[in-house]
Design a protein around this ligand. Structure first.
Ligand SMILES: Nc1ncnc2c1ncn2[C@@H]1O[C@H](COP(=O)(O)OP(=O)(O)OP(=O)(O)O)[C@@H](O)[C@H]1O
Ligand SMILES: [Mg+2]
Length: 1045
C-alpha cells in the first residue's frame, strides 16, 4: 500500500476543492504547493504544471511503474497520471487522444511533451520493432530542437516553432510510427536576434562540434563571432554543451534514418545560410545614376558557390537585381543596397525555414506508418503560448490567434463534455455563463471581415499598399467592435491612452489586451522571395538546396501568387482544430513561476497573469458549476466504502446501493449529491473535502488496525515459523542421530556378517584354495609315489627263502623307514610261512639248535661250525648194532646221543676213548672194547658242566657230591660233538628235573678227583685250535694244563 494515501496533501491537490474559489486563494494554493516542490495540481482532469526550474526526483522508471498501476486520483498529481489516463483510454477504450500543452515561453511545455512521450514509450508494448519506432520518435526531439530551438531572454531552450505530433498505435497499444506537423518557424531569428538571445542552436552546435576537417569542407571558421547572423554577445548558454549536442544530433539523425549524405547536405545548407550573412553589399551606381548594389568582397559568394555548386556570378546577380516579368517583357532593375540586403536576408530566412520544413518532412518519411490497418492516435501539441511582448508584431498576432483557437477548443470541449455528461446521466443541468471567445476568433479569422482577411486583401490590392492603409482599414471596419481598439477608435470614444501608439491596434484577447504594431504586417504576410533568388537556388547543383526551391524551375513557374503567411497559418490552424475536435482532449497548463528561470521563486503577479489567460479560475468554475465532482459508482465506492460499517470491509450489494449506503451513513444532504445513471455527483467541494477528511481519518484508524493486525500476525507467523523450525531441526537432528546409529549398527552387522560369511565360505572352499593345493598335490603325488613304490615292490619282491635277505632299496629316502619295516614284516612273514611248513621233527631239531644257540652262541668258538650240521645223535650206529644197544641197559626211552668220547684221566692227563650214551634220565659211559663196568650217572646228579670257549671238545661234568657216582669225582671228557651233546643233556636235565643245567664257558675250572680237586687250565695253542687237537699235561698233582691246537 502506498503511504501517499496517508500523507496529508499540501494545499489542495485538485483546485476544484479550493475554498473559497478566488484568484488569491488559487495563487496561494499554487504557491504553497510550488514551495513544497509540488509542481503539479489538478483542476478535475486538467493538469496545471508550474515550472520548477530544477531537476526533481519524481521522474524515471520507478515513478512510471507506480503511476502505471494506480488510477488518476490515487496518487499525487503528476504528469504521468495524465499520460497514463490518456494512454489507457486510447488503448482500452479505443478513443484517440490529444494532449494539449499550453503556456508561456519557458513554462515547460516542451519538457512536458517529452515527459509524456517518454512515459508512453515506457509503458507501451515492447519488442525489437516497437523499440526502434519508439527510439525514432524520441530521437526526433533533439533534431527538431537543434534546428527549431534557440536561446531567448525567457528561455534558454525556447521552441521557435509550434509542434503537433501524432503518435500512432496498433490495436494492442504498441507504437507504429507518427507524424509531425510544425507551425510557423520564427525565421526572422535567422538574420537577427534580440540582445541576449541567440540564433537557432544548430549554428553554434555546428561551429563548436564539427571537427576541423568538416569545418574546412564547409568553409567555416570555428569562431562564431565572425558571423554576422550570430549575435556576438551570447555565443554560450549556461548548462548547454553545443559540441556534445552536435554529436547527439548526428546520432539522433542516424537513428531516425538520415543517411550520411543527407546529414552532410543539411550541414552544407546550414553553412550556406551562415555564409550568406557575411556577404557584404556595397553601394554602386548605374550609368544612369540610379543607385545599385554590388558584392563588396567576392570571396564569400565564391565560397558559397563552391559549397552548393552555384555560379557565383549568377548568385551575385540574383542578390543585387530583380527581374520584373510581365506577360510581354522582362525588365531587370538593380537593387539598392538596402533592397539587396533585404533580398539576402529574405533568401537566408527562406533557405533556413524551408530546410526546417524539409527536415520535418524527412523525419515524417522515416516514422510514417505504412500499414493500412486501423490506427489509434495520440496527438501531442506543444505550441507557443499566449505572448504579450513590449512590441508585438505579426508573429505575436498569429500566435495569439492560435491560442485563442485553442481556448475555444478548451471551452467547447470542456463544456460540451460536461453538458453531455449531465444529459447522459440524467442530471438536471443549469447553464453556466462563461466567456465564449468565439467573437474574438471571428474578429481575426472571419473569411470576409476578419483581420487576416483584411490583411490578405491589402496585400493583393493593386495600388499603393502599406501597413498604414491596412490599419486604416481595420479602424474603419472594427470601430465599434468591443474587442478592438486603436488610437482612432479611442479618439472617437474620447478615451485618453498613452500606451496606445499611432501605428498600433489592440485586441482584447480572452487572456488580456494585446497591442500590436502594424509595421511590416504586409511584408510578413506576403512573405515573398524574389523569383530571381528562387531561380538561382534551383540552379544550384546541390540536390538538397535545389529541392528546397521547386518554384525556381522555369517550367513550373506560374504567375499565381502563393498563399500569404496569414492564410497559410489560418488553414493549418483550421486543420489542427479539426484534428483536435476529433480526439479526446487532455490538458496540461504550464505556468512560468518567474521571469528569471530561477528555482523556488514564485512571482504571484506573473502567475496571476498566466492563470488569468489560461482561464484557470474559469476552468475551476466551469468544473464546479454543476457538480464539482463526479465519479463512477464503482470507483467512488472503492475509495469511500471504508467510511461505512455496512460497506467495509465487504460489500456484496450493487455499486450504486453501496454508494447510497455510504452517503446515507454520513448523512450528506440530498442537495449536495445527485445519483446519475452510472456516476455519483457531488455538488460542493466542501462535501468532497469532508469526504476526503473522513477518509483520511478512517485511513489512519485502519492503518493502525492493519498495523496492529499485521504486527500480531507477523509475530504469530514468526513464532510459528520458529516453532516449526525448532521441530524440524530437532526431528532432523534426532532422525540424523538415529540414522547415524543405525548406519553404524548396520555397518557393524554387515561387517560381522561379512566376516562370518567369509569365514564360512573360506571354510567351505578352503579345499579350493591355492594354499591347500600344494598340500593336496603333494599328498597326491606322495600317495601316487607311494602307490607306485608299493606296486613296484609287489612285482619285485625277493624270493620267499628265509635265507634270502635281499630287499630292494627304497627309491626315495623318506620311504627308508617304511621300507625297512616292510622288509622286517616280509621277513617275519617269510619266517612264519617257513615255520608253518616245518614237520614236528624239524621243529624239534630246530628247538635243539635254538637251545644250542642260547647256550653257546657267542661263547664258544666251535659253535658257528656246529650250526649247519644236523644233530644226528647216533654217531656209533647204535640202531644197527644190537650189541651196543645193550649198553643202554634197561633204560626206557630212546638214546639221545650215542657217541665215542675221550675221557681225560685226571691223574695223569692221558686220554682213553669211551662210548657215551645219553638217555632221558642218565648219562652212560662205557668202554668200547672191554666191557668195562660202565658208569651210569643219573641226570639229576649232574650239577653243572664246564666247557672252554675254544674250538675244542673238552668239557667237564660236575656231579653233585651226594650222588652215588660222585665218589669217583667229576668227569673230564672230550667230544667231537660237544655242542650237540651238551645241548641235548641240558634239555634232558630240564625234562627230567625241571632244572636248568648250568653250562659254564671258562678256561679255568676245577675238577673233583677222589677227595681232592684238580684245577684245569685250558690254553690256546699256537695252531689256532683249528685241528681240535688237544694235549693235557699234568702239572703237579692238583693242576692240569690243557693245550688246544
Ligand atoms: N518538469 C520540469 N522539471 C525541471 N525543469 C523543467 C521542467 N519543465 C521545464 N523545466 C525547465 O524550464 C526550461 C524551459 O522549459 P521548456 O523549454 O519546456 O519551455 P517551453 O514552454 O517549451 O518554452 P518555449 O515556449 O519557449 O519553447 C527547461 O529548459 C527546463 O530547464
Ligand atoms: Mg518549447
Amino acid at each position: 500500500m502506498d503511504m501517499a494515501f496517508l500523507e496529508s496533501s499540501i494545499g489542495v491537490e485538485d483546485l476544484v476543492l479550493l475554498e473559497p474559489l478566488e484568484e488569491e486563494s488559487l495563487l496561494k494554493n499554487l504557491q504553497l504547493r510550488y514551495e513544497n516542490k509540488e509542481i503539479y495540481t489538478y483542476i478535475g482532469n486538467v493538469l496545471v504544471s508550474v515550472n520548477p526550474y530544477q531537476e526533481l526526483s519524481i521522474y524515471g522508471p520507478e515513478f512510471i511503474a507506480k503511476y502505471q498501476d494506480y488510477t488518476f486520483y490515487e496518487l499525487k498529481p503528476h504528469i504521468y497520471a495524465l499520460a497514463n489516463v490518456a494512454y489507457q483510454s486510447l488503448r482500452d477504450q479505443d478513443r484517440d487522444q490529444c494532449i494539449l500543452i499550453t503556456g508561456e515561453s519557458g513554462a515547460g511545455k516542451t519538457e512536458a511533451s517529452k515527459l509524456v512521450m517518454s512515459y508512453v514509450a515506457a509503458v507501451c508494448g515492447k519488442g525489437e520493432q516497437v523499440n526502434s519506432v519508439k527510439e525514432q520518435l524520441l530521437q526526433s526531439n533533439p533534431v527538431l530542437e537543434a534546428f527549431g530551438n534557440a536561446k531567448t531572454i525567457r528561455n534558454n531552450n525556447s521552441s521557435r516553432f509550434g509542434k503537433y505530433m501524432d503518435i500512432e498505435f496498433d490495436f494492442k497499444g504498441s507504437p507504429l510510427g507518427g507524424d509531425i506537423t510544425n507551425y510557423l518557424l520564427e525565421k526572422s531569428r535567422v538574420v537577427k536576434q534580440l540582445e541576449g538571445e541567440r540564433n537557432f542552436h544548430i549554428f553554434y552546435q555546428l561551429l563548436a562540434g564539427a571537427d576541423a576537417q568538416l569545418l574546412k569542407a564547409l568553409k567555416l571558421e570555428r569562431d562564431s563571432s565572425g558571423y554576422t547572423y550570430l549575435n556576438r554577445e551570447a555565443p554560450r548558454v549556461d548548462g548547454m554543451d553545443d559540441a556534445s549536442n552536435f554529436k547527439a544530433l548526428q546520432s539522433a539523425m542516424i537513428v531516425i534514418g538520415f543517411s550520411e549524405e543527407e546529414f552532410r547536405q543539411v550541414l552544407e545548407v546550414t553553412a550556406m545560410v551562415l555564409k550568406l550573412g557575411n556577404v557584404e553589399l556595397a553601394d554602386e551606381f548605374q550609368a544612369n545614376g540610379v543607385p545599385a548594389s554590388g558584392i563588396r568582397d567576392g570571396r564569400g559568394v565564391q565560397e558559397i558557390g563552391e559549397l552548393v555548386g552555384l555560379n557565383s556570378v549568377e548568385l551575385e546577380r540574383a542578390l543585387c537585381s530583380r527581374t520584373m516579368e510581365t506577360a510581354k517583357e522582362k525588365v531587370v532593375t538593380a537593387l539598392s543596397v538596402i533592397q539587396a540586403q533585404y533580398a539576402r536576408d529574405a533568401l537566408a530566412k527562406n533557405i533556413y525555414s524551408r530546410l526546417f520544413n524539409w527536415i520535418v518532412t524527412r523525419i515524417n518519411e522515416s516514422i510514417k506508418v505504412d500499414t493500412g490497418e486501423k490506427k489509434k492516435v495520440m496527438g501531442v501539441l506543444d505550441i507557443y503560448g499566449f505572448e504579450i511582448l513590449e512590441d508585438n508584431s505579426f508573429e505575436q498576432f498569429v500566435i495569439n490567434y492560435c491560442n485563442e483557437k485553442l481556448q475555444q477548443v478548451f471551452i467547447e470541449l470542456t463544456l460540451k463534455e460536461e453538458q453531455e455528461e449531465y444529459k447522459r446521466e440524467g442530471i438536471p443541468w443549469t447553464k453556466v455563463d462563461y466567456f465564449d471567445n468565439g467573437i474574438i476568433c471571428d474578429l481575426i479569422e472571419h473569411n470576409q471581415r476578419g483581420i487576416l482577411a483584411m490583411l490578405d486583401e491589402e496585400c493583393l490590392r493593386p495600388g499603393v499598399v502599406s501597413d498604414s492603409t491596412f490599419l486604416a482599414k481595420l479602424n474603419q471596419l472594427f470601430s465599434k467592435h468591443e474587442h478592438y481598439e486603436s488610437k482612432v477608435t479611442q479618439n472617437a470614444q474620447r478615451q485618453y491612452d498613452h500606451s496606445m501608439g499611432l501605428r498600433c491596434f489592440r485586441i482584447c484577447h480572452y487572456a488580456g489586451k494585446v497591442t500590436y504594431n502594424v509595421n511590416s504586417f504586409i511584408d510578413k504576410n506576403n512573405d515573398l522571395l524574389f523569383r530571381d533568388l528562387s531561380q538561382a537556388m534551383w540552379k544550384a547543383r546541390h540536390p538538397l538546396l535545389r529541392s528546397l526551391f521547386p518554384e525556381g524551375d522555369p517550367k513550373q513557374a506560374s504567375l499565381k501568387r502563393p498563399p500569404t503567411a496569414g492564410a497559410q497559418f489560418k488553414s493549418s490552424v483550421a486543420i489542427l482544430m479539426k484534428n483536435l475536435y476529433s480526439k479526446n482532449p487532455n490538458y496540461i497548463r504550464c505556468i512560468k513561476p518567474n521571469e528569471h528561470q530561477r528555482r523556488a521563486q514564485f512571482s504571484s503577479e506573473l502567475v496571476a497573469v498566466q492563470a488569468r489567460y489560461l482561464g484557470l479560475l474559469e476552468n475551476v468554475r466551469v468544473r464546479r458549476a454543476g457538480y464539482a465532482y463526479r465519479q463512477a459508482y464503482g470507483a467512488f465506492l472503492e475509495r469511500y466504502r471504508l467510511l461505512s460499517r455496512s460497506t467495509w470491509p465487504r460489500w456484496n450489494g450493487g455499486e450504486r446501493e453501496g454508494v447510497e449506503k455510504v452517503l446515507g451513513d454520513l448523512s450528506m444532504s440530498s442537495e449536495e449529491r445527485a445519483f446519475g445513471k452510472t456516476k455519483i455527483f457531488i455538488r460542493s467541494p466542501k462535501a468532497l473535502f469532508y469526504l476526503e477528511e473522513q477518509r483520511r481519518l478512517r485511513l489512519q484508524q485502519l492503518a493502525t488496525l492493519i498495523q496492529k493486525m499485521y504486527r500480531g500476525w507477523r509475530c504469530r507467523i514468526h513464532y510459528q515459523l520458529m516453532r516449526k523450525s525448532q521441530i524440524l531441526i530437532s526431528s532432523w537432528f534426532r532422525g540424523n542421530m538415529q540414522r547415524k546409529r543405525y548406519e553404524k549398527m548396520k555397518a557393524s552387522a554387515l561387517l560381522i556378517q561379512a566376516f562370518v560369511r567369509g569365514w564360512k565360505a573360506r571354510k567351505n572352499y578352503r579345499k579350493y584354495f591355492r594354499s591347500g593345493a600344494a598340500l593336496t598335490l603333494a599328498n597326491f603325488i606322495y600317495r601316487s609315489i607311494a602307490q607306485k613304490f608299493l606296486l613296484r615292490l609287489k612285482d619285485n619282491l625277493p624270493s620267499t627263502s628265509i635265507l634270502d635277505k635281499t630287499w630292494p632299496a627304497a627309491p626315495y629316502k623318506y620311504f627308508s623307514t617304511a621300507n625297512h619295516e616292510l622288509q622286517k614284516l616280509f621277513y617275519r612273514w617269510k619266517c612264519k610261512k617257513f615255520r608253518d611248513r616245518l614237520s614236528p621233527k624239524q621243529v624239534e631239531t630246530l628247538r635243539e639248535k635254538l637251545c644250542a644257540s642260547e647256550l653257546f652262541k657267542g661263547k664258544k668258538a666251535s659253535y658257528p661250525q656246529s650250526v649247519p650240521i644236523p644233530f644226528y645223535g647216533d654217531y656209533i650206529g647204535l640202531q644197527r648194532n644190537p650189541k651196543l644197544q645193550q649198553l643202554k641197559g634197561g633204560e626206557e626211552g630212546p638214546v639221545l646221543v650215542a657217541e665215542t668220547v675221550m675221557k681225560v684221566n685226571r691223574g695223569n692227563g692221558k686220554t682213553s676213548s669211551r662210548i657215551l650214551l645219553l638217555t632221558k634220565g642218565h648219562v652212560i659211559i662205557t668202554d668200547t672194547k672191554n666191557s668195562q663196568p660202565k658208569t651210569v650217572i643219573a641226570l639229576d646228579s649232574v650239577a653243572r658242566v664246564s666247557v672252554t670257549s675254544f674250538k675244542d671238545g673238552l668239557f667237564s661234568l660236575h656231579l653233585s657230591e651226594l650222588s652215588s657216582v660222585g665218589s669217583k669225582g667229576d668227569f673230564l671228557l672230550v667230544s667231537e660233538h660237544v655242542v650237540e651233546l651238551l645241548t641235548k643233556m641240558y634239555r634232558a636235565v630240564l625234562d627230567a628235573t625241571q632244572r636248568q643245567l648250568p653250562v659254564t664257558v671258562t678256561e679255568e675250572f676245577s675238577v673233583r678227583f677222589k677227595e681232592s680237586s684238580v684245577a684245569v687250565k685250558v690254553i690256546q695253542g699256537p695252531g689256532g685250535g683249528g685241528k681240535r687237537k688237544l694235549s693235557c699235561k699234568k702239572k703237579g698233582s692238583r693242576c692240569l694244563e690243557v693245550t688246544v691246537q
